[in-house]
Structure formats: C-alpha cells, structure tokens
Design a protein around this ligand. Structure first.
Ligand SMILES: [Zn+2]
Ligand SMILES: [Zn+2]
Length: 101
C-alpha cells in the first residue's frame, strides 16, 4: 500500500469512528490500530481493510498492545515446553504488534 492510500484509509477509519477513541471516547492523538497486529508491514502485507482497523487514543492503544502481547505470551508459554523454537518465533511475531501511527 502506498503512503498516500494509507493516509486516505486512516482518515476513513477515523471518520467512521467519529474521530473518537473506540474504547474511551477521547478525541486526542488518535492512532489507527490493526486488530490482527500486521501493522509493521503497513506498506506491504498489512491487512488494511477497514474491518481490520479501529481508532484508539494513545493510551488505549498502548493498553491494547499490552493485551495482545500478553495473549500471545500465554499461548506461547503453553507450548514452550514442547518446542523451544517457539520462543524465538514469539520474539519475531511480538515485533509485529506495533502500529505505525
Ligand atoms: Zn482511548
Ligand atoms: Zn496498534
């Protein structure tokens, strides 16, 4: 996806959400978040479909990423004893959980 298309999609998402954070309703420093965490590849493989995007303020966005990271960690710890490679997989995928503002 090109930068200018991404800017347009972001604007569309914020507009849909009424320029408010979906969690707390704040209108300050809105960030468009990818529900599936694919955001780091925003220019290439990210799922930039409007259904996968939601507006959060800065602090709710950080909290959401903590939640995602914990969820992922829980899953990883469950299988870790069976497969040591999982930990490095986890570290790789954890990097994905950062949205480009
Ligand atoms: Zn918020
Ligand atoms: Zn995010």
């Amino acid at each position: 996806m090109k930068v200018k298309d991404w800017l347009r999609v972001k604007e569309e998402v914020k507009k849909r959400d009424g320029y408010r954070c979906r969690k707390c309703g704040s209108s300050k420093s809105l960030i468009v978040h990818h529900k599936d965490g694919t955001s780091i590849d925003v220019m290439e493989k990210a799922n930039n479909k409007i259904e996968n995007l939601e507006s959060f303020c800065r602090s709710c966005h950080i909290r959401e990423h903590w939640r995602l990271a914990r969820e992922l960690e829980g899953k990883t710890l469950a299988v870790q004893t069976r497969n040591k490679r999982v930990l490095s997989e986890y570290k790789k995928s954890a990097r994905r959980f950062f949205c480009v503002p």
